[in-house]
Design a protein around this ligand. Structure first.
Ligand SMILES: Cc1ncc(COP(=O)(O)O)c(C=O)c1O
Length: 421
């Protein structure tokens, strides 16, 4: 795996000379462990339970191809040009009506289009955190978010979840304790639906309370919801944003329901804050890709989205069942796993006293056995004071992604992994 400290320490010649000029924040950069194992995942014969990729096999490619070609032929002068910094208005309008299914009613001036939820995370962190400010997150959380927070030199504090997600009283307790230490707690980052990496969903009856405690303690909520439309039974949970649009910034994405390659997502924030996000975004990309947004608009408005989401949710449900059944069949006694109701992931916990006490150390052996996964430690910030180096957080955990592997291969992959564990 790429290690930033080693990358810096091992530099010679021009690299070393330039690196001496790096800003302090470069030391906080965190390579994605998922992208790290990407090349290994591509090796023939390897079964990858690592990447949270959507399965694109069911996309109506021919229809999308015809649509793309007609868009360029008929609207080329607009879609190949720079566009609005806020994004394509027709797509933002569609986002507004789409969000009604989660109970939110944003207005057009509250919607900012992005190049994916990842960009939204970057913009929100850039706008709200100074070095040393605290960002609260679930423990464990999306490793790409940790990379952003650490890159902006925020202090990440993770609050453990139970099987129904964050416990509002515990979040409040942590906020109060941090404030008592004189720290500035800027926002709570949360993935309420089919969470990455655990697959856990925040219970509906905790949602209003979570938003309330954050608002009362003057802590913004950043709600990241790329998987929310992928409930196995079609259930859409009410968004945190819908409970208090003044207290929550919402991040949405078309990556998991259409294509991560088009790089289109959105954010919802009160109008003036949204304008600041636009200005911050323009400094990076000038405008969201007009062509990509137009493709998404076509996919959504020509009715392909509903049928594709229905089909893929069913497929993911099947794959989730296959992976859980294989765990039941092959995993060592005492191993536990979550039972997701949607999304791409399940989260394994090895029993105390297991042969493998840190899943990260088992990765090379797993690769030799022909299977790859992401170790649990990747989903925790390890720079916080007081980290136990003998058993770092997440050491006994593994994230298994089932979204892009056929059921028979999932079963074989879990069997190979169990052999190593
Ligand atoms: C929780 C979470 N947020 C954000 C992202 C990034 O999404 P996007 O492709 O929209 O940038 C991912 C991708 O895996 C994710 O799991």
């Amino acid at each position: 795996m790429v290690n930033i400290q080693e990358l810096m320490a091992g530099a010679t010649g021009a690299d070393a000379r330039l690196m001496r000029g790096f800003a302090d924040r470069a030391a906080g950069f965190r390579p994605s462990p998922v992208r790290d194992v990407f090349e290994v995942s591509m090796r023939p014969g390897i079964i990858s339970l690592a990447g949270g990729n959507p399965d694109l096999e069911l996309l109506p490619l021919e229809k999308i191809g015809e649509m793309a070609s007609s868009i360029i032929a008929r609207e080329g002068l607009e879609v190949l040009q720079y566009g609005s910094g806020a994004g394509l208005e027709e797509l933002a309008e569609l986002v507004c009506s789409f969000m009604e299914s989660e109970g939110s009613r944003p207005t057009l001036d509250e919607v900012q289009m992005t190049a994916g939820s990842q960009m939204g995370l970057d913009l929100v962190t850039k706008l709200f955190t100074d070095p040393g400010d605290v960002v609260l997150a679930e423990g464990p959380t999306y490793t790409g978010a940790l990379g952003v927070f650490e890159g902006y030199q925020a202090e990440v504090q993770q609050v453990e979840m139970d099987e129904h997600g964050l416990v509002p009283a515990q979040v409040e307790e942590r906020i109060k304790a941090l404030k008592a230490e004189g720290k500035k707690v800027k926002f709570l980052y949360t993935i309420p639906n089919f969470q990455n990496p655990t697959g856990v969903t925040l219970a509906d009856d905790r949602r209003a309370e979570l938003v309330r405690v954050c608002r009362e303690n003057d802590v913004l909520v950043v709600e990241d919801n790329p998987y929310g439309q992928l409930g196995f039974d079609g259930t859409r949970h009410r968004s945190l944003h819908s409970y208090d649009p003044e207290a929550v910034i919402y991040l949405g994405s078309f990556s998991k329901v259409f294509s991560p390659g088009v790089r289109v997502g959105w954010m919802v924030a009160p109008p003036r804050v949204r304008k600041f996000l636009q200005i911050a975004g323009e400094a990076v990309t000038i405008c969201p890709s007009v062509l990509s947004q137009r493709l998404v608009l076509g996919f959504m408005s020509e009715g392909m989205w509903e049928s594709h989401t229905r089909k893929t949710s069913k497929l993911y449900a099947q794959r989730c069942r296959a992976v859980l059944e294989a765990c039941e069949q092959h995993m060592p006694a005492g191993t536990e796993w979550t039972e997701p109701e949607g999304g791409f992931f399940t989260w394994l916990t090895l029993p105390e006293g297991a042969k493998v006490s840190n899943a990260e150390l088992a990765l090379p052996e797993a690769i030799d056995a022909g299977v790859v996964f992401v170790p649990g430690t990747a989903f925790y910030d390890d720079s916080a004071a007081g980290v136990d180096v003998t058993e770092p957080a997440g050491a006994r955990n593994l994230r298994l992604a089932f979204s892009s592997v056929a059921p028979e291969r999932l079963s074989e992959g879990v069997s190979r992994l169990a052999g190593v564990l």
